[in-house]
Design a protein. Sequence first.
Length: 297
Amino acid sequence: MKQPPRIVLLTLLLAVLAGCNTATRKAPVVERPISSPSTRPAPPRVEAPRPDARGTYTVRRGDTLLRIALDHGQSYRDLVAWNNLSDPDDIKVGQVLRVDPPGEKVAGNNVVTQPVPMPPQAPRKTAPRADKKPYSEETVAESQRGEKAETVVSASPAAVPAGSRVGATVTATDDEKLSWMWPSDGRIIATFDEGKNKGIDIAGRAGQQVMAAGAGKVMYAGSGIRGYGNLVIVKHSNSLLSAYAHNRAIVVKEGDNVTKGQVIAEMGDSDADTVKLHFEIRQQGKPVDPARFLPSR
């Protein structure tokens, strides 16, 4: 048997050595930058709206002057006058409106009532008494009794004309004395719920009479408040008003004085899905349960 040539052995040896070198060669190490977790930008800081100073209201998006007036128990015409508005429809978000009479000065969160200046009074002239009596303890006592009687008479409300009384206001006791009646006949289909329903809903037929629930003055008659349709608002005192919504027709106008039971509208379905009367009573602009005022039936 012949020995393989030396050249062949050398070739085989070199091939084995090359294979070992390849097996032991390390893979190249590539350094990659460590990526830091992406930081999200902080959400924009939204400041909570500041509470309105007492006697004022800051206009918010979607507000109308009619809605603001209703929510504060005021006439929108008064708001126009108190705020010197040339166009009642041109109010801007962020605008501060006065919602209390200008006789009350707003100072911070307090309302300071401005004193009403009294008309100057002429000094009281006293005619000389013809029945002068000699000085004695009895005559002094009699004179004092006469002066007290004059003071009581001059301070009596009956002695002051009703139109000249200063600072006369309607108190809560006066509100309780108001006489109320149901504004229309029909079945109650929705009761008062401060969060959902600001009054009561009374079902009826189209054209059915809607009556003033109490005596007062019509402070609004129209369809300018969204969601109420043809609306009548009657003011009964400084703090109480009633609202009658979704009417088919209105038969009174702003400024009319109405009596309890007087027909003010016809029931309908304006801005509503069915024929009904939506009836509200508001105290200081805040909706209250009409059941507190209406007689039981």
